[in-house]
Design a protein around this ligand. Sequence first.
Ligand SMILES: Cc1cc2nc3c(=O)[nH]c(=O)nc-3n(C[C@H](O)[C@H](O)[C@H](O)COP(=O)(O)OP(=O)(O)OC[C@H]3O[C@@H](n4cnc5c(N)ncnc54)[C@H](O)[C@@H]3O)c2cc1C
Length: 421
Amino acid sequence: MTASALPPARTGTRPGTRTVLIAGGGLAGLTLALALKHANGAALDVRVLDPGGARAERHRGRAYAVAAGGRRMLARLGVWDGIAGAAEPITRMEISDSRLADPVRPAFLSFGDTPGGAEEPFAHMVEAEPLGAALLAACAESGVTIQPAAVTRAACAGGRMVAELSGGERLSADLLVAADGARSRLREAARIGWVGWSYPQVGIVATIGHARPHGGRAFEHFLPSGPFAILPLPDGGALGHRSSIVWTERKADAGALLSGGPDEVLGEIGRRFTHDLGDIALERGPHSYPLSLGMARAFQAERLALLGDAAHVIHPIAGQGLNLGLADAAALADGVTDAMRLGLDPGAPDVLRAYERARRFDTLAMAATTDGLNRLFSNDALPLRLARDLGLGLVDRLPGLKGLFIREAAQQRDSVPRLMR
Ligand SMILES: Cc1cc2nc3c(=O)[nH]c(=O)nc-3n(C[C@H](O)[C@H](O)[C@H](O)COP(=O)(O)OP(=O)(O)OC[C@H]3O[C@@H](n4cnc5c(N)ncnc54)[C@H](O)[C@@H]3O)c2cc1C
């Protein structure tokens, strides 16, 4: 990004007020906007720019496992109470390792009844639509400006970041946050490299109705083509009970599996589903997404911070992609707020370097874990099957180790950003 590229811009704020622009009104960008405004009030002008106007409808049909740290942050920001009724606590997780033709899928590992384990559910399933709508409403109420425009160019000039919008308008800010998703145009424009690869798999998501209650249980069946997760949603739908599935399938097979009519697709889901949930029906979807792993070589540049999928994309095997983005939002909001309280520049290099240090290790660790789990489980080699089943069995019998895994999943370690504790 070159300083000479863009002519002067308007700040649109009162003298003395600092400005943060957020390009991208996905769930990560909106959460950051709210956290910044919540902590800094009128002292910080926060503006979200998104060509879709960050509309909640674009999240239709998706559901996320929001870990306990993310839930605590949403509660602090005053959003959780409004969506608690649309969230289902995951009280138990059952993991099996089997082949598609196996008549039963014994659980090798289960979480949820660990003595001395988590005091709160380690995650809640939340549908993206109510979560997006609640974040948007809270942003509007707290004074965040949401502007339906894309950021097309950005450059530093005279110690400020200048962003050019799709309509030609130019805005200047102390800090620009690129929360513009995995194909971040701003990351590319800043010439920040990207390391990663595509998986030969797709992620298929759908909402499934079922006749028997799930009782808050989540299931993850490790099948040779990839994990098949069944995640509990609040009751409703034609059969009375609902779950969300995240079905990882080989890319080469997915087209054929999804090309039939709804009955054939439901039949394929039924072959993979958990039998004790009774009759099933397809309520929403299926939608399929390409899967990849990728990480930006840096999470910041001059007056620019990368956030959420713009900084990292991981395999959905552990349902942690958005959770990483929420932790980014918490860490960046903590850093900017500390600088503001001391009367310092919120876009200064030391603020952005501290953000990068706080997030890179966590992100790298999660990317490596999800990639390793996917490689270990998404195959049918007998020695690997024996080794992983022995490992799962061992973890199941050691309460200390299980407690550790639960605390990790619930983001209960000391290093989590302040806003998530
Ligand atoms: C199958 C599947 C299942 C998943 N399940 C889970 C789960 O259970 N739990 C979990 O934590 N994560 C999960 N994830 C990951 C999660 O979906 C993503 O990590 C998360 O949605 C990323 O949010 P984001 O706000 O960073 O980016 P996005 O949602 O991609 O938002 C980017 C926004 O930027 C806007 N934009 C783009 N270009 C510009 C521009 N130039 N200027 C301004 N705005 C721009 C777009 O309009 C968009 O609104 C899953 C992913 C997949 C594929």
